[in-house]
Design a protein around this ligand. Structure first.
Ligand SMILES: [Zn+2]
Ligand SMILES: [Zn+2]
Length: 159
């Protein structure tokens, strides 16, 4: 059994939760926005905008890049997804109820991403910035490394 929480997260639940969040906030998770979110959640690794566009085209939609970017912007604004700047890809947020920057462990080998959920990390960075009188606008921490599976695979290959 893997301890990876991403494997136990149900994309359908994430979509239902997103829809009710938007309703509470008075915004609308339109069909396209919902589909884009679903595509992101269904992917085992974060996706770039063009990969999302490809899936939409497979759906038979005439999705133009600006439409997809607008949907992504909406999902980002609502905190339903995060953008990983280092790879220019999008990943679903596991705790979209509260707005946050997000800290991520990114596997260099398989591309899997794990979002950290310990608020202490964000508070510590905020306090350090405050000590330096630095005004924090957003906090994104991207930690590059290798996930447990890839480490095991690498060890198996080494033998
Ligand atoms: Zn998040
Ligand atoms: Zn990996």
């Amino acid at each position: 059994m893997s301890a990876d929480s991403s494997l136990t997260f149900d994309p359908r639940q994430a979509l239902e939760h997103a829809a009710s969040l938007c309703e509470r906030r008075g915004t609308r998770l339109t069909e396209l926005r919902k589909r884009v979110l679903e595509i992101i959640w269904n992917s085992p690794t974060p996706l770039g905008a063009y990969a999302i566009l490809d899936v939409l085209r497979d759906d038979g939609r005439q999705g133009a890049p600006p439409t997809v970017y607008r949907a992504l912007d909406f999902l980002l604004e609502q905190g339903l997804i995060h953008r990983l700047a280092s790879l220019n890809v999008f990943t679903g947020c596991r705790r979209p109820d509260s707005f946050h920057g997000g800290q991520f462990l990114i596997c260099r080998d398989c591309g899997q991403v794990d979002e950290l959920t310990n608020p202490t990390v964000e508070e510590l960075l905020r306090a350090e910035a405050a000590c330096r009188r630095f005004e924090v606008l957003s906090q994104m921490v991207e930690v590059l490394g290798r996930c447990p599976d890839c480490q095991r695979g690498a060890k198996a290959r080494d033998r």
